[in-house]
Design a protein around this ligand. Structure first.
Ligand code: 5GP
Ligand code: ZN
Length: 138
């Protein structure tokens, strides 16, 4: 349940200090050491899971149970207009710490925290074809 090479497991165990925001049996929330906006908070399961899809349903339920309350507290505390919840999964997606975590990132208009959303259009029939491939996997 704990990984001796994992920074976040060490934080859960109290071996690396952090600024704790909230904890219950399943979840720990603490301030990110390298914030991209004031109040940037991480929500993690206390047990070690690498990526979101590897979490047990109990852990996912435990996160769902408290994340809304944590978000509301963070946003009110820093008087933010909005927030992003971000969960990077895998190195190619920007995951540096291989213990699943949700970033709570308070946002304000024009803060420039993220660049432009790089949306594009599918070619004719491409969305249907990819959608069918995904449905087959579920
Ligand atoms: P990722 O890129 O894996 O989605 O994000 C990892 C996050 O963990 C980064 O935002 C980084 O600042 C944060 N982080 C890494 N090490 C520590 C640490 O020792 N303490 C705290 N509080 N945050 C950390
Ligand atoms: Zn871990």
């Amino acid at each position: 349940m704990s990984n001796s090479d994992c920074i976040f497991c060490s934080i859960v165990a109290g071996n690396i200090p952090c600024i704790r925001i909230f904890e219950d049996e399943v979840v720990l929330a603490f301030m990110d050491i390298g914030p991209i906006s004031d109040g940037h908070t991480l929500v993690i399961p206390k047990a070690h899971f690498g990526r979101l899809h590897e979490c047990s349903t109990e852990v996912l339920a435990g996160i769902s149970n408290c994340i809304g309350r944590i978000v509301q507290a963070v946003v009110e505390a820093v008087d933010a207009e909005a927030y992003n919840i971000l969960c990077n999964n895998g190195a190619a997606a920007g995951q540096l710490v291989e213990h699943v975590h949700f970033h709570i990132i308070p946002r304000n208009s024009g803060d420039g925290v993220f660049g432009r959303w790089p949306a594009y259009k599918y070619q004719e029939g491409q969305a249907e074809e990819i959608g069918a491939r995904i449905r087959e996997k579920i």
